[in-house]
Design a protein around this ligand. Sequence first.
Ligand SMILES: [Ca+2]
Ligand SMILES: [Ca+2]
Length: 446
Amino acid sequence: MLVVAALLTATAAAATPLDGTHTRFHVRKGAGPGGNGLSWESAFGSLDLALARAASGDEVWIAEGRHVPSQRVQAQDPRSATFFIPAGVRLRGGFEGFEADLGQRVPGAAPTVLTGELGGAFGHAYHVVTLGAPTAQQVAQGIVKATELDALEISGGRADTPGNLRGGGILAEGGFLRMTNCALLDNRAAMGGGAWLAGGTFRLRGCILRWNHAADRGGALGIQAAVCHVAGSRLASNSADRGGAAYVHSIATDAPGGTPHVAFQSCVLADNMARVGGAAFLQGSQGAGAGRAWFQSSTVAFNRAFERSGGIHARVQTPAAAESHVHNSIVWFNDAPLDPELGGGHDLRFSNIGDAWWTGVGCLSEDPLFVDASARDLRLQAESPCVDRGDNGLLPADLADLDEDGNRWEPLPEDAAGRRRVRGPMTSGLWGVPPSALTDQGAHEG
Ligand SMILES: [Ca+2]
Ligand SMILES: [Ca+2]
């Protein structure tokens, strides 16, 4: 496995500014040597130094600038350099380098970029970030904390070589990851260009996934045998052979009325491209667990497939056919020679589908009247037929905690722009919403 942790065994942190048990480290590019990382004044000059010391429950604050990994998984291979995040460590970016609390950050003002561009003749790292899975001891003791990535841009990974074909931006096999307000940009792989998320639990909130590419499957996200809840996020202009934005495989069958394993909520999937499944490809299976995903209060538009299923493809295969559940959503203006919007098996409810062949309870097929489709402003005009045409009873639980209030079991509280999901005073009725306030179809509340 990795040699990262073994490389730096010196100077254990003395102060404990977090909670008496855990440590907050600081990283500032250009900081001189000898710092202990415990304050901005004594910041580490590289993220590698902090990651070598951080353990579950610790936090690393990273000041703006481009950060390049240098710790190699294989000593002889420069491209094996990666930021290895031990399970349960929180990485936060977007700092200018003076802040004492998170609220002092100004969104977008001080981008912290983790890049796989190694420079010189080295080219690109296979994986910009590699997620550590919890140890067997941590699992046995039930002390697995979430690994967190917060306000970071992750770009320039290239998992394009045999042995390193999955997860250009993020390689996560197992573990529990929360990713908030991050951008995955311009990463590539054979599978899961932006991120390969397998065998763990993943919650993405307020993220942008753009310009990622997979030669095979899952331009932005490859999801396999995992729990993955994506909310308030935009997946745009990604490409792949199958599943321009997302590829989903081996998902355990959701119990009726149970918690979806894979869900996109208040998300926009637009301008993605693939051979099959312009936005998403849900893989069938010859064994247990086909691809299965829920698109809830989301907009899937302007995606394109060269062969089939411009929007979402759910592969029909025996014995385990894939299936999507499209609820309170818009699937419009996608394009393909065969099945321009949807192909395969879909359960559609209270959604607006561009191809009138597809129907379901509460469904319609009328131009959704986006505010400015050509500029990809996919909010709804006041006259849009999608306004108040959703079903409040289909509002999903806030599985990714979109509003960060710690409550994952309230109804989805926000739209893709962070505005209240259902208009009207939250006083009574189903989900605490008065019957007169109805949710809209699509990612945006009109
Ligand atoms: Ca409404
Ligand atoms: Ca919440």
